[in-house]
Design a protein around this ligand. Structure first.
Ligand code: SF4
Length: 216
């Protein structure tokens, strides 16, 4: 996997806010004034829909205007995905215009970089969409685990799946996960079941397994 650095440039009055972003979102925070002009600047929508052949994709740095992303995030992310997939650089800057919270936008960019296998920081919790087979209240559990695991730096994918029939197979690409059956939780690693535990103990067992994997 490549290791693109995700950085944010903010006005001076926002430096302290940006420095307290959740773990893993920004690799560096700097002042907007320190950003020099080199690199590929994405300032307006037209820059996102330009033909790829017109873009200097070998450049080391891309700078994206935060106001563009804030106003049209889904469309911008879609267009950005095709640019990043062909890019060969190492620094992606978000130039944020004010002291409003940039967490949501940065998280979306970090997720996009991870999906494109350009950057990975910390634990990513993946939960199944749930269906009639689901044996537990999955989404609150996924949210709870996401919060508990937020400070872990290792780039692991953790899957939370609603049923033991399809869960381990559907989450085969995850490093570790839990799939729920009637009254039980199945701990699995890369799609293979390694342990069966009472459902009430499943969350703790998963956390212990993640700790073990991080210690290795
Ligand atoms: S893992 Fe099981 S519960 Fe979740 S969506 Fe797939 S079939 Fe449904």
């Amino acid at each position: 996997m490549m290791d693109v650095k995700l950085k944010i440039a903010v006005p001076k009055q926002a430096l302290s806010v940006a420095e307290n972003l959740p773990f893993g979102l920004a690799d560096e925070v700097c002042e907007v004034g320190d950003l020099e002009g080199e690199g590929l600047w994405i300032r307006e929508e037209a820059d996102l829909v330009r033909a790829l052949s017109d873009l200097p994709l070998q450049c080391a740095r891309i700078v994206i205007e935060g106001s563009l992303l804030r106003e049209r995030l889904p469309q911008s992310l879609l267009a950005l995905a095709s640019i990043l997939a062909d890019w060969q650089g190492s620094e992606l800057y978000l130039k944020w215009p004010d002291d409003k919270d940039a967490t949501g936008v940065l998280r979306s960019i970090a997720d996009l970089l991870r999906a494109l296998e350009l950057r990975a920081r910390g634990i990513r919790v993946i939960s199944c969409p749930t269906c009639a087979r689901c044996h537990t209240d999955l989404l609150p559990l996924a949210r709870r685990l996401g919060a508990k695991l937020e400070a872990i730096p290792e780039p692991l994918d953790v899957a939370i799946m609603g049923c033991e029939v399809n869960g381990p197979g559907e989450a085969r690409a995850a490093d570790v996960g839990i799939a729920f059956g009637k009254g039980v939780g199945l701990l699995f690693r890369r799609g293979e079941i390694v342990k069966r535990i009472p459902q009430a103990d499943a969350e703790d067992a998963l956390l212990e397994e993640i700790e073990r994997m991080c210690e290795r």
